[in-house]
Every structure is written in C-alpha cells, then in structure tokens.
Design a protein around this ligand. Sequence first.
Ligand code: HEC
Length: 156
Amino acid sequence: MSKHIPKIVLIFFLFVLLITLSAMLAGCNPQARGFALPEGDAETGRDTFVHLQCQHCHSVKNDLDKLADGHPEIGFELGGTVTRVKTYGDLVTSIINPSHKISRGLRPEHVTEFGDSRMRTYNQVMTVQELVDITAYLQTTYEVVTPQYSYYYHGP
Ligand code: HEC
C-alpha cells in the first residue's frame, strides 16, 4: 500500500488552513479596518472642547478646570498618565459611542440605572471636524507610562 497522501487531501487541508488564517486575521478587529479620519488640529480642538462645554463634567490634566456650575456628581479628569495608550480609536469611540466601553472600571455614578453612560451624546450637534479636532487635542493631554509592577509572582 502506498504511504502517499492523495494530492486532493493535501489541497483540501491547505484550503482549510487558508480559510482559517484569513478568518483569524479579519477577526482581529473588523471594526477598525479601513478606519481613518482626517488629521485634526489640537489647538482648535481645545477651543471646541471649551465651546461644547465638555467641562461640565471633565477637567483636563494641567490645562482646563471643570466648570463650577457643571455636574458635581459625574465626570472626571481627562488626560494625564495612563498605562495603556489612549489610541485615536479609543478617544473617538468614547465621544461618539460613550456607552461602548462601560464594562470596565467605571464608578456607578457614571452610568444610569440602565447601564448607559451618563455622558451626553454629541452626535447630533458635533461636526466631524470638531470631533477630529477634539480627538487631536485630547491625544496631546495623555502621557503613557510603563507600569512599574511585575507580571510575575516572586513568591516565597
Ligand atoms: C454630562 C457629563 C459629561 C459631559 C458633558 C461630557 N462627558 Fe465625557 N464622560 C462622561 C462620563 C460619565 C464618562 C465615563 C463613562 C463613559 O466612558 O461613557 C465620560 C467619558 C469620556 C471619555 C473617556 C475617558 C476615559 O478615560 O475612558 C472621553 C474621551 C470623554 N468623556 C470626552 C468628552 C468630550 C470631548 C466631551 C465634550 C464634547 C465630553 N466628554 C462631555 C461625562 C460627560
């Protein structure tokens, strides 16, 4: 009996491998693929941030204070040091789809009883240019640091 694997079986396996690989690649982040907005202007973005009164709920590290007549119970400081990069995509998503990321690390006062973000939705009032500029501005306010702790347990 021949130990040769029939060619057709080999071709079939190659085919399955190819399909699996391309499915994996496409599955990485299908929403981010082909996502590109024009470059924003950080200085204009800062003006827009003030103009749209984001300061009702947010201060910005070393730059803008939260408004005294804003919402005292919600909101927090944007910018500063983070251990994970606030990517362009993160920031755009936080602004146009605030409830998206709510699963992790949010204080209860930041969400409604339905689990939605208490951040206002600006999609009806903000232009795309304003969004792009605000995102460019916010990106300049974050500073990424490498966490100091070790991932390994040096037990006794
Ligand atoms: C009514 C209060 C309120 C206003 C006004 C508001 N936000 Fe927010 N914002 C929130 C809350 C609450 C969160 C946290 C929950 C969430 O991510 O949706 C948040 C989260 C964010 C985040 C994500 C921050 C992070 O570390 O994950 C960004 C960026 C942001 N807001 C930008 C803005 C911008 C830009 C404006 C103005 C156009 C604005 N916000 C106006 C309440 C507000």
